[in-house]
Design a protein around this ligand. Structure first.
Ligand code: NAD
Length: 501
């Protein structure tokens, strides 16, 4: 029997009492790596109650001590970086290099969380009226919850719980049931770094466990990352239950290629940004928009695509790994078939891809479509696979219109040698993260991750200053102190305006 993954509840990693166990498989082989529990209702209650009880103490811990916890955690994550990446690579199928990147991007957020004293600074205005001062503080909310997707099992949990906990909250994490081993390891290391008991809980499962978090009165804020339909469900349910919510959802990211761009940069970056991580990135480029004569480069792109091959996580020559599940692979193959039926030209078809020695892996080879039109399913739907759709337009204005008509707004980029074209694009495009000659413009954590439109529901974004705003409430204090002389002079009533001259 395979190993059963424990949950972190009430300060202990313990086995669930559930009858429902979800197999976690190696997507390159279908070998069952472990089973994750679907937490029972009682376990969910215990986790939330323990987090609530811990909040009363944790909120009183000085901000400098909270910062030091994050410094120790950051050091430990760095020390164990490769071990975490190995676990991550096995359960996601990502190449080792890519898995290390996943861990590293998470560590950068922990570094940011270690800056919490300056991030929590409030504001002060002296003499808002005569002898009256106002200051504002930000204070933690209580128990916050995080629901994370399969595609970044280190980075995305680390977007959430370090920022929330450093801000003085306690946290219940419900990771993806498809790769829960990495989040469990992150939680183990958090305890090893000295996190107080119950500041973090980790429960496992799917919809039922998520719905408990969304409706439970003790959960004050919900952070979600995942697909559009689930993101909409999470946002609607959480806000209907009067919680704060930030929901990062699906995407369809366009790269606009101007004829004056550097061809070798365009070709190399398009391959990496569309096929990397098997296309399973919310910031992957899935549409290339060729403006004017740049369409001549499509043949060169096809040549580069044809050189790329997937493989196992420890195959140093593999450009990317398998899709996360047979179901995800089937969905991608159906979309490729639909693309052909709807009239797009398939220059390279990865549907029949195999990898030597790994006949059961969820492989999809690099796939390139041209003559793609906005009404086609391959243009409209998030494919989340190594599939690039090429669209040709005549002008930059047309390209901007196309991108702005997309319901998604996570990321986009423009490749050009013209400052004027880049300036126009960054100003007019309705997308939250823009790269100029950078294909995947994910901001470092001193900024925030700022998807727009159908790629994000909420207002405050992930990490950086916005995460601290999301995980805190502002309290504004107006104060006046009397000494005998002032008290005699003013005789004020409740309306402070009587002091204004
Ligand atoms: P998913 O929506 O299937 O699952 C995300 C989480 O929601 C998981 O923890 C899962 O257990 C839970 N869940 C699944 N179905 C549910 C339901 N019906 N009700 C309640 N909870 C449910 O997403 P995924 O396949 O794990 O991840 C891939 C998706 O995530 C892609 O669409 C990708 O674009 C998106 N994503 C977005 C960002 C971003 O920042 N915008 C980042 C990473 C991934």
């Amino acid at each position: 029997m395979s190993t059963r993954l424990p949950q972190l509840i009430n300060g202990e990693f313990a086995q669930s009492a559930t009858d429902t166990w979800i197999p976690v498989t190696n997507p390159a082989t279908q070998e069952v790596l472990c089973e994750a529990p679907a937490a029972t209702g009682e376990e969910m209650e215990q986790a939330i109650a323990a987090a609530k009880a811990a909040f009363e103490e944790w909120r009183e811990v000085p901000v400098t001590e909270r910062a030091r916890l994050m410094m120790r955690y950051q050091a430990l994550l760095k020390e164990r970086h490769d071990d975490i990446a190995k676990v991550l690579a096995k359960e996601t199928g990502k190449t080792f290099e890519d898995a290390k990147g996943d861990v590293w991007r998470g560590i950068e957020v922990v570094e940011q969380a270690a800056n919490i004293p300056s991030l929590m600074m409030g504001e002060t205005v002296e003499n808002v009226a005569r002898s009256i001062d106002t200051h504002s503080w930000i204070q933690p909310l209580g128990v916050c919850a995080g629901i994370t997707p399969f595609n970044f099992p280190a980075m995305i949990p680390l977007w959430m719980f370090p920022m929330a906990i450093a801000s003085g909250n306690t946290f219940v994490l419900k990771p993806s049931e498809q790769d829960p081993m990495t989040p469990n390891l992150l939680a183990e290391l958090f305890l090893e770094a000295g996190a107080p008991k119950n500041v973090l809980q980790v429960v496992h499962g799917g919809k039922q466990q998520v719905d408990t978090l969304l409706t439970h009165p003790e959960i004050k804020a919900v952070s979600f990352v995942g697909s559009v339909p689930v993101g909409q469900h999470v946002y609607r349910t959480a806000t209907e239950h009067l919680k704060r919510a930030q929901c990062f959802a699906g995407a369809k990211n366009h790269m606009v290629i101007m004829p004056d761009a550097q061809k070798s940069q365009v070709v190399g970056n398009l391959v990496g940004s569309s096929c990397g991580a098997a296309g399973q990135r919310c910031m992957a480029i899935s549409v290339a928009v060729f403006v004017g004569d740049s369409k001549q480069w499509i043949d060169d792109i096809k040549e580069e695509f044809a050189k790329v091959r997937p493989g196992a996580w420890d195959d140093a020559g593999a450009a990317y790994g398998p899709q996360i599940s047979p179901k995800a692979r089937e969905r991608i193959l159906t979309l490729i078939k639909q693309g052909k039926e709807e009239g797009a030209t398939c220059l390279l078809d990865g549907s029949g891809c195999t990898v030597d020695g790994l006949p059961d892996g969820n492989w999809v080879g690099p796939t390139l479509f041209t003559d793609v039109k906005p009404e086609m399913s391959i243009y409209n739907e998030e494919i989340f696979g190594p599939v690039l759709c090429c669209v040709c337009v005549d002008t930059l204005e047309e390209a901007i219109e196309l991108v702005n008509n997309s319901p998604y707004g996570n990321g986009t980029s423009i490749f050009t040698a013209s400052g004027a074209a880049a300036r126009k694009y960054q100003h007019e495009v309705e997308v939250g993260q823009v790269g100029i000659n950078i294909p995947i413009p994910v901001p470092l954590p001193f900024f925030s991750f700022t998807g727009w439109k159908g790629s994000f529901y909420g207002d405050q974004h992930a990490y950086g200053k916005q995460a601290v705003r999301f995980y805190t409430e502002t309290k504004t204090v107006t104060s006046r102190w009397f000494d005998d002389d002032i008290a005699d002079a003013t005789h004020s009533g409740p309306n402070m305006t009587i002091h204004l001259k």
